[in-house]
Ligand binder design. Structure first.
Ligand code: ZN
Length: 148
């Protein structure tokens, strides 16, 4: 290994691994599924970049997908108020304090990236992510693990 290679490994590796730890990518499909049943939010990141890729083909009015993050204890009630917010609000009640983060509702081929403020999430608390499109939560939900 030459000097440059040693330097590159020492300097670049920590940056790469840190960036990966603070990024979460989830893909959704026309089969009403996320490709992950859980993901990790690290408190050591001041914010985590969360990207939802909708790899489906249907428009968002038919088969829309989003990610909504809430405490596990709030998921039933938030799911109901989100549905009641209706299609014009893309099934997310505006300024709902129980919603800790959410992406836009996406149609097929669309993508949204948001920043999740890790100060809003506590280690030791249980969180879930789900799609708030009516009827999707049963198949489209998973756990958010909060770690340091
Ligand atoms: Zn959905």
């Amino acid at each position: 290994m030459n000097k440059f290679a040693v330097f590159a490994v020492a300097v670049l590796l920590p940056v790469v691994s840190n960036a990966a730890d603070c990024n979460v990518e989830v893909t959704s499909s026309d089969q009403m599924r996320f490709d992950k049943s859980s993901f990790i939010i690290r408190k050591s990141c001041s914010s985590v970049t969360l990207t939802l890729n909708n790899a489906g083909t249907f428009p968002k009015t038919v088969m829309g997908h989003n990610i909504v993050i809430v405490k596990k204890s709030d998921v039933e009630s938030v799911s109901q108020t989100s549905m009641a917010a209706g299609p014009a609000a893309e099934y997310v009640k505006a300024d709902d304090p129980r919603i800790l983060a959410h992406t836009k509702m996406l149609g097929g081929g669309e993508k949204d990236t948001i920043s999740v403020d890790t100060k809003k999430l506590n280690s030791g608390e249980e969180y879930v992510f789900f799609c708030s499109f009516p009827g999707h939560r049963a198949l489209m939900s998973g756990s958010v693990v909060v770690n340091n």
